[in-house]
Write a new protein. Sequence first.
Length: 343
Amino acid sequence: MYTSLRLPISILSSCLVLLGIGALFIGVYQFNDDVLLILKNSLTAPNLIQENDAYVLFDLRLPRILLAVLVGAGLAVAGTCLQGIFKNPLASPDLIGVTSGSVLFAALTIVLGSHIKNYVPEFVHYFLLSIMAFVGAMVTCLLVYKISTQNAKTNVTILLLSGVAISALCGSATGLMTYLSTEEELRNLTFWTLGSLAGANWTKILILMIVTTISFYFLIGKGKILNAMMLGEKDAEHLGIDVESTKKQIILFSALLIGTIVAFTGTIGFVGLIVPYILRLLFKSNYVIILPLSALLGGILVILADTISRTLVAPSEIPIGILTSMMGAPVFISILLKFKKSL
């Protein structure tokens, strides 16, 4: 590990752990015993834990906090990698249409799932929503890449415009699915479009942990390659880097992360834009440093947003996607203003 990475990783890791522990204490439900005592008794004397305390702590709050960490880390790393290959700080999953494509395919599965399931094996039915969300992310990501790239060069203006166009197209198709949906399907669609961690459970955490581990194995170590690609793709090729293979890997595993996260939590926007922007202010565009730190900072951001979402208007809950969008919009505007000054 680079010496320059040890201190920021230690600081962010400590903040993540402290925020996670603090979030266990925060909520409408008041525990009969101290939370730390309950955690201790769960290992030494589980019979001493009251049933309600155990349910809220181990079936509601703890899974939700762990899901927040995985979601934040996944979105932040995917956003950082996409910005690296597109060489543009605006290329987050939300702005280039990847998230909207994932939501569209999830909406198609919700509304037309009974028909789709007739054509796929039965063992796939449980994972169908996740698979379709991944396919949607993959298709839109590849489509934007193909539209905006010519002669191995990505046109930033076309990138953003194609992302806007695809987002609009996916949004209109999702609107059509909303119009055709039943009352129960409409509730599910509302969940996807606004985003929430309320459905957290240990099965989702296990699946997302496997997906995140596999994706991070291929993405986190791409720092040096992305640094070389910042100099230009031709220069990177002269250094022996297989640029096209790297792009395909990043697109594939970013789409896998985004698709799985959207399938479990709905739309949680702007995380992939905010986190790299903050880290770039501190560490410039050194992806060797930014990539591992983005995972930690992403987890911190989503834990904060989720804790606020479930406590600000308790006992009701503000969809977390609304809060992250409120955080991300000023960052997006500041990036645009910075570009304006550089023109």
